[in-house]
Design a protein around this ligand. Structure first.
Ligand SMILES: Nc1ncnc2c1ncn2[C@@H]1O[C@H](COP(=O)(O)OP(=O)(O)OP(=O)(O)O)[C@@H](O)[C@H]1O
Length: 370
């Protein structure tokens, strides 16, 4: 069974138009006009049990709307979805026992009471047996270092401390699937790292499925084997992080430090026939740009090592931020991307106009599931 199954999922919102000025406001009272916003446009994907999947996209791409449908908060306009075997908005009570949710920007804890009291309330909501609760709480307190935070009211916690408590709260009932919407937002690097380590071990120990939305690409690098990328309500990429880098990244750069001066010509001669570009960085240093797909680092090094004496090597990879920027650019542009698996015909499928009148969007069939 898939942990999450989504087919042709769509969500439209009707938003009242407001005409400016007093006269406009008066007219609005009697003759309301509405705009339709399609936040999620017929998306489909499956997430198998035990996967950590990153769900990313620019502001307004439709990530939170998807998570809200997957957690039963919003009812889809059309399409099908199953999470943990349930239709989330129909079978609420049974459904929520199997999922955990953290919205980084909103708290599920009661502001004025001690953290432990919030946990006790959640125990009742989820009907967690006493023994299970104690065991779980001990484990979570230990791994998230909650200790004396448990007795403090939530309003007295720092953001990082609160987030550790939020995570514990979402896991007290041992859910099989966890939805995390920006769990590291606003946190410092130390707390971010702690939270990433915790999520990784949670997934490894219990096989917990995690769907994670984030703007922090380090979260994705640290945790996710797969990335689903949204642009304007449509999926523009669904595949592995490595393939994402390979398909959209430009390549790798290797910085070489030599023990004695080497000429650019000799380096070029050593790698002749390879589609690589050399640049001198000083007498004893040079860098070589190796595009993905045309050559790989070990082949290039094999030609050099042994002939030229090397003191140090550094390999620089295309930053994921740059890759994502590239994809967004092509995802919203009319021009077809000509990268990797994306064939021109797929990427240039006829634009489907939506209700909000936007045109020129990529057809949903053009998702490169690498
Ligand atoms: N309740 C609502 N009523 C009307 N429009 C909405 C509603 N919720 C979301 N939208 C619109 O739907 C689109 C998608 O919003 P959504 O919050 O899902 O994006 P997001 O990818 O989560 O963005 P962010 O990264 O900023 O959180 C946006 O245009 C937003 O304005």
């Amino acid at each position: 069974m898939q942990a999450i199954e989504v087919r042709e999922l769509r969500k439209e919102f009707r938003v009242q138009k407001s005409r400016g000025g007093l006269k406009g406001a008066f007219r609005d009272l009697f003759n309301r006009e509405y705009n339709q916003i399609t936040a999620v446009k017929d998306i489909s994907f499956d997430i198998p049990q035990g996967e950590i999947c990153g769900y990313i996209g620019e502001n307004g791409a439709g990530k939170s709307t998807t998570i809200k449908m997957l957690t039963g908060i919003l009812v889809p306009t059309s399409g099908h979805l199953k999470v943990n075997g349930f239709v989330p908005y129909k079978e609420r009570e049974a459904f929520v026992k199997g999922i955990g949710v953290v919205f980084g920007q909103r708290s599920q804890l009661w502001w004025d009471i001690g953290v432990i009291e919030s946990f006790q309330l959640l125990k009742k909501v989820y009907r967690v047996p006493d023994n299970d609760f104690k065991e779980r709480l001990d484990e979570l307190s230990d791994r998230l270092m909650l200790g004396e935070l448990l007795s403090r009211p939530v309003r007295k916690l720092s953001l990082g401390q609160r987030m550790r408590c939020e995570l514990a709260a979402s896991l007290l009932h041992n859910p099989a699937i966890v939805f995390l919407d920006e769990p590291t937002i606003g946190l410092d690097i130390v707390v971010k790292t702690e939270i990433r380590e915790f999520l990784k071990s949670l997934n490894q120990r219990y096989g917990t499925t995690i769907l994670l939305t984030t703007h922090d690409l380090q979260d994705i690098e640290a945790l996710c084997s797969r990335v689903i990328m949204l642009d304007d309500g449509r999926i523009i990429y669904d595949g592995g992080l490595d393939q994402l880098k390979e398909t959209w990244g430009k390549g790798k750069e290797v910085v070489l430090q030599f023990t004695q001066p080497v000429t650019l010509e000799s380096l070029q001669a050593l790698t002749s026939g390879m589609d690589v570009t050399w640049k001198r960085e000083g007498e004893l240093e040079a860098r070589v740009f190796i595009p993905y797909r045309t050559a790989n680092v070990s082949d290039v090094l094999a030609r050099i090592v042994g002939i030229v004496k090397i003191d140090d090597i550094r390999i620089l990879e295309t930053n994921t931020d740059d890759i994502v920027r590239e994809i967004y650019k092509s995802g919203s542009a009319e021009a077809s991307p000509t990268f990797g698996e994306f064939s021109a015909s797929e990427a240039d499928s006829p634009a489907e106009s939506d209700e909000s009148g936007t045109s020129g969007e990529r057809d949903k069939g053009a998702v490169p599931r690498v």
